[in-house]
Structures are given as structure tokens and as C-alpha cells.
Design a protein around this ligand. Structure first.
Ligand SMILES: Cc1cc2nc3c(=O)[nH]c(=O)nc-3n(C[C@H](O)[C@H](O)[C@H](O)COP(=O)(O)OP(=O)(O)OC[C@H]3O[C@@H](n4cnc5c(N)ncnc54)[C@H](O)[C@@H]3O)c2cc1C
Length: 388
């Protein structure tokens, strides 16, 4: 039978997907996932179970405390998490990015954290966005100064996933003046411990990705040891840039997971629900949109797969990962919309997962980078002038 499942994967990857689904089946059956979404809650036991299964450590070397594995493994795990609770996949991707950066840049202190992050005992979040800047990150206002042998950080970060649960916030801050010829220089990434008076964290309540635990972080003379600098001083944008292709295919994987779950539900509901004496799936107005959805999802998956293979071979994949992210997000926005239409009132009901997929799919259009900005990058790559 044709389904939205991947069709061209090695058995090992199918086994990884099966393992994730069994784990989530124990920890997050549908009613529990919907409850976490409704109440905007983080389930630490599930997080630690992901750690114990070696899933949080994917992407970091085993000798550094991670569990090895490939980007392809991490992409598959991300999709499986997103099928069950998309918000959890957001947190998973962010935690993975933190780990990759620590592995990549290797400060001693940072490396010592890896085993705890990989096990789920230590949680990190990423503080890039601010009230005044999202897309336009280079104009951020947060500063970090070196004072008496430590960093002193001041500023405000917003939309920071998992911050209230985190032990450290990887904070993007200006440490050095911007250089007119190199506007991206002068920004540094500093791991700011949350357990101090200088850090105040306040939850933000959103209509989507509620269980990602989005917060505002206020930094008022917050301090951090000097060696909590992640990577090279003033070069945070190149550290972030090095993991950009992976971040984008991970974002695409969240979209694939949401799209697949929404399409499965669309088809199941169309087969069960009756009107005028027959299953509503007998009406082409309900059935054909599912056909469009499986075509779009499969095409999106093929682009993600091919990009992941490029990354696996060590080839530059910035443009392809950008296309994969944009295409999967836009496809999923249409897929969830079709699913909602197919379900009528039931699509909006609290007990239906469709409303969660519908709300959560919105984030994919603008985060971690907006699709408009991705379009800018793509048109520039095609030789058109920069518009910003
Ligand atoms: C649930 C959730 C979790 C998040 N988690 C995190 C996190 O953990 N850490 C973090 O740092 N951030 C996080 N974010 C923030 C997210 O990364 C930003 O929302 C994203 O970067 C976009 O920024 P913005 O929302 O400020 O949009 P803006 O930058 O204000 O953009 C608004 C609109 O203008 C458009 N636009 C802006 N510039 C251009 C241009 N040059 N050309 C064309 N269009 C343009 C954008 O595409 C968008 O449509 C999260 C957000 C949400 C909702």
C-alpha cells in the first residue's frame, strides 16, 4: 500500500525509526503528547529516555561523549519525533546543534559538558533572537564584556526554546565592534549559566510549538567564565554558518514529520468518517487533496534525502539544504491545510492531533530562518542582486 513513509532507506535507518517510535509509544502516546502540547509542558522523563537510548548524543563523536551516528540518522530521528510531538523535535534539533558546535569548536569546559548533554542530564538552549532582531541578527543589541576575568553579559533574548529548563543559554552577543568590511565579525557565542541572579527567564505562550517551552531571557550583568566562549571570539557567525546546512535539513525533517503525520490522519479519517452513506474518502473533493499531499511530501523527502547524502559525502550543501528547508515547509503548510479541510469540525477539536500539526506547521515557514530569507539566499546564488 502507498504510504507517506520513506521508500528508499537502508534497513539500519528503518530500525532507528522503529526504535524511536517504540520509545515514544511508551512515553508519549497520543493523549499524552496532546496534553503536553495543550499545557505547554516539557517532559523531562522522555528527554532523559531519548538520552539513555543514545539519541540526544547523535552527531557528536563517541570519544567526546556523544553517540556518533550520521546526519542521516539524526534527520530520521527528528522526523520521527515530529510525527508524534513537533515541539519535541524543535528542542531536539536545538540540543543537537549545541552539541555539534561544542564538538566543532572544542573548548575544554564545553567538551566536558557533552556527556551530560548527550544523556539529557544537562540542557542547553540557544539565545540568538532578540525583541528587536530575528532575521537581521547582525544588528543585535546584547553585549558581553570581559571584566575581571569573566564575561559580563547584558541584553534580552526572546523566543528561546527550552530556556526555562536549561542549564546554559548559548548566547549570541557583541564582544567587539562591527567591522564595516566584515559586518558579521565581532559577535561571539557565550554559554551563560542560567542559575544566577543576572539571568531572569519568563515563559512566552504561543499558538504553535507550545511544548517547545519558548521563553524570554533577561541578562542583567549575567556572568560566565571566560572559557565558556564557544569557538573563537568575534567569529560566532562563522561557527553558526558551519552548521547551517545541517540545521536546515533538520528543520526540513521537522516539516516532513508534521506533513507525514497530518497526511496519515487525513487518509485515516477519510476512510472512517461517513457522510451520505459512504466514507468521505469516496468523495474526490476529500480524496484528491490526499493524492496531492503524498506527491508533494514524497518530492520534499527526495530533496531532503539527496541533500543529506551530499552532506554525508562532505560536499557543500548550503543551497540544497536551503531548498530542502523551504520546500518541505511550504509543502507541509499545504498538507496540514488539506488535512484540516478533510476533517471538518473534528480537525479543530482538542482531541484531534490535526489542530496541533496545523498550528505547529506555521513555525516551519519562518524558523530557524524565514522562507523569505531563504528565497533571498537562493536568488542571490542564482546571480540576482542582493535585496537587503
Ligand atoms: C516556537 C519558536 C521557537 C523559537 N526558538 C528559538 C530559539 O530557541 N532561539 C532563537 O534564537 N530563536 C528562536 N525562535 C525565533 C526564530 O528563530 C525567529 O522567529 C526567526 O529567526 C524569524 O525572526 P522574527 O520572527 O523576528 O521575524 P522578523 O525578522 O521580524 O521577520 C518578519 C517578517 O519579515 C520578513 N523579512 C525580514 N527581513 C527580510 C528580508 N531581508 N527580505 C524579505 N523578507 C524579510 C521575514 O521573512 C518575516 O516574514 C523561535 C521562534 C518560535 C516561534
Amino acid at each position: 500500500m502507498l504510504t507517506a513513509a520513506p521508500w528508499d532507506e537502508p534497513d539500519e535507518l528503518t530500525a532507528v525509526r522503529g526504535m524511536v517510535q517504540r520509545l515514544l509509544g511508551r512515553h508519549l502516546p497520543l493523549d499524552r503528547a496532546l496534553e503536553l502540547d495543550r499545557t505547554g509542558s516539557f517532559d523531562r522523563a522522555t528527554w532523559e529516555a531519548l538520552g539513555a537510548a543514545g539519541l540526544l548524543g547523535l552527531g557528536a563523536d563517541e570519544d567526546a561523549g556523544g553517540s556518533g551516528g550520521t546526519v542521516r540518522d539524526a534527520v530520521a530521528v527528528t522526523e520521527e519525533l515530529a510525527r508524534v510531538l513537533p515541539s519535541l523535535a524543535v528542542d531536539y534539533v536545538l540540543s543537537g546543534m549545541a552539541m555539534r558546535m561544542l564538538t566543532d569548536t572544542g573548548s575544554d569546559r564545553a567538551r566536558r559538558w557533552l556527556p551530560d548533554i548527550a544523556s539529557g542530564r544537562r540542557i542547553c538552549s540557544f539565545g540568538l533572537s532578540e525583541p528587536g532582531v530575528g532575521t537581521d541578527l547582525l544588528n543585535l543589541a546584547t553585549t558581553a564584556r570581559e571584566v575581571d576575568g569573566q564575561w559580563v553579559v547584558n541584553g534580552r533574548k526572546t523566543w528561546i526554546s527550552l530556556a526555562s529548563e536549561a542549564d546554559v543559554v548559548f548566547t549570541l552577543a557583541r564582544t567587539d565592534p562591527a567591522e564595516p568590511a566584515h559586518k558579521s565579525r565581532g559577535l561571539s557565542l557565550i554559554a551563560v549559566p542560567t542559575d544566577q541572579d543576572g539571568v531572569t527567564i519568563r515563559r512566552v505562550h504561543l499558538a504553535g510549538m507550545r511544548a517547545a517551552i519558548t521563553c524570554e531571557v533577561f541578562l542583567d550583568d549575567a556572568s560566565a567564565p571566560l572559557d565558556n566562549l564557544v569557538g573563537t571570539r568575534g567569529r560566532a557567525m562563522s561557527i553558526l554558518g558551519r552548521t547551517l546546512d545541517v540545521e536546515r535539513v533538520m528543520a526540513a525533517a521537522i516539516s516532513l514529520g508534521i506533513g507525514r503525520a497530518a497526511l496519515d490522519l487525513h487518509v485515516a479519517y477519510a476512510g472512517e468518517r461517513t457522510a451520505f452513506g459512504r466514507a468521505i474518502g469516496a468523495f474526490q473533493a476529500v480524496a484528491h487533496p490526499a493524492a496531492d499531499s503524498i506527491c508533494e511530501l514524497s518530492a520534499a523527502r527526495a530533496l531532503v534525502d539527496s541533500t543529506v547524502r551530499m552532506i554525508g559525502r562532505g560536499e557543500p550543501a548550503l543551497a540544497h539544504s536551503a531548498m530542502a528547508k523551504l520546500n518541505a515547509a511550504e509543502a507541509t503548510a499545504r498538507i496540514v491545510d488539506r488535512g484540516m479541510r478533510a476533517m471538518g469540525a473534528m480537525g479543530l477539536a482538542d482531541e484531534s492531533a490535526m489542530q496541533m500539526y496545523f498550528r505547529d506547521a506555521r513555525l516551519q515557514l519562518f524558523s530557524p530562518v524565514s522562507n523569505e530569507m531563504v528565497r533571498n539566499v537562493l536568488t542571490e546564488s542564482m546571480g540576482l542582486p542582493r535585496s537587503y
